[in-house]
Every structure is written in C-alpha cells, then in structure tokens.
Design a protein around this ligand. Structure first.
Ligand SMILES: [Cu+2]
Length: 302
C-alpha cells in the first residue's frame, strides 16, 4: 500500500468512528441520556456538575487525541528511513504543562463536588428537625418496609409490610405489587434509612441520589424536597444476596391533599404504629437501630 492509500484508509476510518459517535450522541440526546433535572430541589446542581465535568473532560480528550493522531501522522516513518528517529527528552515546558493541568483539573473538580455535595447533604442529619414530613425506610432481604413518622420522629402509620419472599421455591415475583412510598410534592422530606439484616442501598435514579442503609446503630438520613409529581422507581444498589435484583419499590409524589388522604386510608385500614423488629428475618440477629439502642441500654444496666 502506498502512503497516500494508507492515509485515505486511515482518515476514512476516523470519519467512520466520528460519524458513529455523533449519531450515537444525537440518539442519546433524543432519548434523554440524563434523567429530568426537576425531580427534587437537589437534581439541578447534581446534573449541572455532571454535564459540566463531561464538557471539560471531553475538551481534554479532544486535545489529547488530536496530539496523538497529529504526531502519528506527521512523524510517521518515511520511505527509505532506517533506524530510530531523533529521540527527544526533557522538554520542560511540556512536562510542566502535563503535570500542572491535571492538578488544576483535580482541584477544580474537587471544589465543585464538595460544593454540590455539602448543599445536598446540608440537612441530611438526625438532628435536623425542619422537615415538613418524616418517614422511615427499612431495607431487608429482599424488600422494603415504610413507616410514616410524626414531626417528632415517632411512629404514625405504615404501608403494608414488603414481601420478604426468597424466591428459591419458584415463587413468582409480582412487580405490580411493589411497596410504594407516598410523598407530598414541594414539601421537605426527611427519610431515616435503616436495615434489618445486611447493608442495602436506597437508590432513586430519577432523583440522582442513593445512600446506604446500614444495619446496627448507625442510621443514614436523606433530606430533600420532591418538586415533581409522578412515580419514581427505587432499587437496592448494594448487592445484598441472592434476590437483590427483586428489591424494588416506588416513590409516588402526589399533591399534599392526596398525601393526607393516603395516610388517612392507612390509618382506617389499621396500619397504625410502625413496622418493627418483628419483621426481621432472624430474630436471633437483630440489627435495626431501635433494637440496638435497647441492647445498648440493657448492656449499660448490667
Ligand atoms: Cu438490598
């Protein structure tokens, strides 16, 4: 192959790759490669951090790929050349550039991430009591229990207990009957996250957020305001055993009056109080926070 032919083949290949990438991009853009950024009061900042990081990194990529391709073409072996080409070492300006630029980038990404994270996590603490609504979500192998709490964090009403089936006997998984957490739109919600057995993770893809549920004394909290009515899928995002993939539930964001009606219905159905430790799979291995506190106080009495 002559060098002209090679050059044509190479540039056609590059154009093909570029065309594929671009058509892929426009497809993704049509489908929406990011979830809507209007689902909670935190999603806009998180989404913006993600998109701007990608733009900066794509710029870095274009420069690096461009330089690689440029030097491969310009410094290719010509006809009749033998031996090694001239070897260049210790180009100080280039070395300073490729050391300094990544440091600047890392520092900027760090600052931007800390900024968004501390805004997102500002009220996600046990002590914060400014939320309009408090709920408790308890993960277990392999479902979720939902308790609605009073303003003081005491048990109020609860959803039906999540099915704790282990599907090993061929039981069918009923996706039409998932636990559903109701939340009022435009009200600040504080969720207490707890686990009955092993570590799980509460992941709401459309809220651009997830947080672990840990068995034992430590509870995680998540405070946010849902800003859009609708149904949002929740998945467990921490591999928690054989039927982890069936650990699904929904969040239903509704108007405040629908939310109040739903709580009244739960009360009328007799779902008062909390779904507690009686639902733990192993009564000899109690891990939820209430019980840990009990055993802590029992231990201190001894
Ligand atoms: Cu899980």
């Amino acid at each position: 192959m002559g060098s002209t032919v090679k050059r044509v083949v190479a540039s056609t290949g590059l154009l093909g790759v570029a065309a594929l990438a671009l058509s892929g991009c426009s497809d993704l853009a049509k489908r929406g490669f990011l979830p809507a950024d209007d689902t909670t009061d935190h999603t806009q900042a998180i989404s913006s951090l993600w998109v701007h990081s990608w733009i900066v990194l794509l710029g870095v990529g274009v420069v690096v790929w461009g330089l690689v391709i440029w030097s491969a073409i310009v410094y290719r072996r010509r006809k009749g050349e033998t031996g090694l080409p001239a070897q260049t070492r210790y180009n100080l300006p280039i070395e300073v550039l490729y050391t300094a630029v990544p440091f600047v980038l890392i520092f900027a990404f760090f600052i931007a991430t800390v900024h968004v994270q501390s805004a997102t996590e500002a009220n996600a603490t046990e002590a914060y009591d400014g939320a309009d609504v408090q709920v408790q979500v308890v993960g277990k192998q392999w479902s979720w229990d939902i308790n609605y709490l009073t303003d003081e964090g005491e048990a109020n009403v609860h959803e039906d207990a999540g099915v704790q089936a282990d599907y090993s006997g061929g039981e069918t998984f009923d996706e039409s009957n998932l636990p559903t957490l109701y939340l009022p739109v435009n009200k600040e919600v504080k969720i207490k996250l707890d686990a009955r057995d092993v570590a799980h993770s509460f992941w709401v893809p459309y809220f651009l957020y997830k947080k672990d549920l840990l068995p034992g004394v430590h509870n995680n909290y998540w405070t946010f305001t849902p800003t859009k009515e609708g149904t949002f899928a929740v998945k467990c995002a921490e591999l928690c055993g054989e039927y982890h993939s069936m650990m699904l539930m929904n969040i239903e964001v509704v108007s405040e009056s629908e939310y109040e009606t739903h709580l009244t219905e739960l009360r009328d159905r007799g779902n008062t109080g909390a779904l507690g430790n009686e639902l733990n799979r192993r009564q000899d291995l109690i891990y939820t926070s209430e019980d840990s506190q009990q055993s802590d106080s029992a231990a201190s009495e001894n």
